[in-house]
Design a protein around this ligand. Structure first.
Ligand code: HEM
Length: 160
């Protein structure tokens, strides 16, 4: 069982660094840039600072996903996906899939160019959209963490 404990430790550390970083970007970095830079520069400044975090997030997302699937396999917990009571298992996979798609496919192939073009034409609304996107992603991450911590201890966040 020590390998499952090791996987759980890696899983939680990866989630802490990853979602903690999303919280930092959402609640500190984006508002600070909005307050301290003229609208035309905001997106470029954000992009320059966020690139380093995006690279870290690619690693932590990968570790969280690999350790998560490993635990599911070792605990033989696949049948949980058939029960709505285990919504937090679906939540974990959904959150992971959304971030994986954003970080590995959408951002490098589509979003980066699309947002840079939009920011040149409509900087105010593009920056607001980027802020809202981060708020939604942070909300999804926090809800998933709350559900998973309660669920893995045998509870259910919405039905005690
Ligand atoms: C491919 C995606 C993922 C899979 C397959 C997965 C799978 C698992 C499994 C099997 C457990 C152990 C459950 C138990 O002990 O009964 C777990 C725990 C946990 N997961 Fe995930 N997970 C994934 C992604 C995520 C994500 C994206 C988050 C957060 C944003 C997350 C947060 C947690 C937390 C907080 C725990 C509870 C740790 C504890 O209280 O000991 N997981 N995960």
């Amino acid at each position: 069982m020590t390998d499952v404990i090791f996987a759980r430790v890696a899983h939680v550390l990866a989630v802490v660094l990853w979602i903690g970083g999303v919280a930092m970007v959402t609640t500190v970095l984006l508002p600070a840039i909005r307050r301290n830079y003229p609208v035309a520069q905001r997106f470029a400044v954000f992009h320059a600072l966020e690139t380093r975090f995006a690279n870290q997030a690619r690693v932590t997302t990968f570790v969280a996903g690999a350790s998560g699937f490993y635990m599911t396999w070792r605990l033989d917990a696949w049948d949980r996906f058939r029960s709505l009571g285990f919504w937090w298992m679906h939540g974990m996979v959904l959150t992971w899939a959304v971030f994986t798609a954003m970080l590995f496919v959408l951002e490098p192939l589509v979003l980066e160019r699309l947002l840079a073009r939009r920011a040149a034409q409509a900087p105010e609304s593009t920056y607001r959209r980027v802020e809202w996107l981060h708020r939604v992603l942070l909300g999804l991450g926090l809800l998933t963490i709350a559900g998973a911590v309660a669920g893995s201890a045998g509870g259910n966040l919405f039905n005690w």
